[in-house]
Design a binder for this molecule. Structure first.
Ligand SMILES: C[S@@+](CC[C@H](N)C(=O)[O-])C[C@H]1O[C@@H](n2cnc3c(N)ncnc32)[C@H](O)[C@@H]1O
Length: 316
């Protein structure tokens, strides 16, 4: 499998059950760098020199809050739409493959604890690299993948009689989006669900005509919550990043999905913990909102936009 490279010297690296080791061929000292597989089944490919803080990415507390909120199903319409679109792209891709046994590799960058990632694993790709800079997020994702028997070293069950599509083999990695430990032209698609978007880095690792799926909050997302928390509500600037992607990608499709929510005090507390801008609200505003919800559910609407892009091949 020609997929992974060493985050330290960029030499090719092969997955192995206990320790991943690069071959050292691009290391001036010609020695191999080892990366142990953690007991939960993830590999930490984030060297200390690529860390900008001691514990980069989402905290344990925000991961737990998001896990509770998402598994309660509040954002399920978004999960369903992302997976429908992904399955359609992959079905078409498979039908057009010249080499029918070629594996389809996908990268979910900023996967968090994997609410969307686990659903994506059932859309038809063979290999799913689940990458996040937050170690606690990747630990959680690896534990779930292991329990479902989807980790890269587990035997993926292929029950041909079943209606359910064979799930992808998941590779949970702690890594930075800015230093992807992947060969150039090695993945057929990338998803970034509310996560960093790095146009040049994504372009580098995608195959020609590879896909990029991006999900973002849309205008009006959680409007009533933001009105309750802030005196001055600024709208999400939904598509500024599209200009930065334009040199490498063409926009194929844009989809919108919204869902009305009626949230309990616990749901709202979790939503505020997992939503970065809620941290910026004044404490009195947060407390007042939570007190109000003690007596009746809080009504709001989640609004999302999904962009599907394709890498443009520059002819030389
Ligand atoms: C808003 S969360 C979205 C998580 C997940 N995609 C979801 O929607 O449930 C953003 C994620 O990006 C991760 N992240 C932030 N900066 C990153 C980087 N430079 N490289 C990789 N992941 C990063 C965070 O740790 C966090 O898990």
């Amino acid at each position: 499998m020609r997929l992974f490279i060493c985050p330290l010297c960029q030499s090719p690296m092969q997955p192995a059950a206990v320790t991943w080791r690069c071959d050292g061929s691009l290391n001036p000292k010609q020695t191999a760098h080892p990366f142990d597989v953690a007991r939960q089944g993830y590999v930490n490919l984030l060297p200390v020199q690529q860390k900008k803080s001691k514990a980069p990415g989402d905290s344990q507390q925000s991961i737990e809050a998001r896990n509770r909120f998402l598994t309660a199903g509040h954002y399920q319409p978004l999960q369903t739409l992302i997976c429908q679109k992904m399955a359609a792209l992959l079905t078409a891709k498979k039908a057009n493959l010249e080499q029918k046994d070629k594996l389809i590799n996908w990268l979910d960058i900023g996967c968090g604890e994997g609410y969307y990632t686990q659903a994506m694993a059932q859309t038809g790709m063979d290999v799913l690299i689940a990458a996040d800079i937050s170690k606690p997020a990747v630990v959680e994702l690896a534990k779930t993948s292991k329990a479902l028997g989807r980790l890269w070293y587990q035997e993926v069950k292929d029950d041909s009689a079943s209606e359910i599509m064979k799930a992808a083999a998941i590779y949970p990695l702690v890594t930075s989006a800015a230093h992807l430990p992947l060969h150039a032209h090695s993945v057929d698609g990338i998803s970034s669900i509310f996560s960093p978007i790095l146009p040049a880095a994504f372009n580098e690792v995608l195959t020609d005509e590879g896909y990029l799926i991006i999900a973002k909050p849309d205008i009006g997302h959680l409007a009533t919550m933001r009105e309750a928390l802030f005196d001055d509500v600024r709208e999400h600037d939904s598509d500024k990043f599209l200009d930065e992607l334009a040199p490498y990608f063409q926009l194929l499709e844009t989809h919108r999905v919204s869902t009305k929510l009626r949230l309990s005090a616990e749901d709202l507390a979790d939503l505020m913990t997992m939503t970065p801008y809620a941290y910026r609200a004044r404490s009195e505003k947060r407390q007042a909102l939570l007190a109000e919800v003690e007596t009746k559910p809080f009504a709001t609407e989640a609004k999302f936009v999904i962009y599907i892009l394709q890498k443009t091949v520059v002819s030389s």
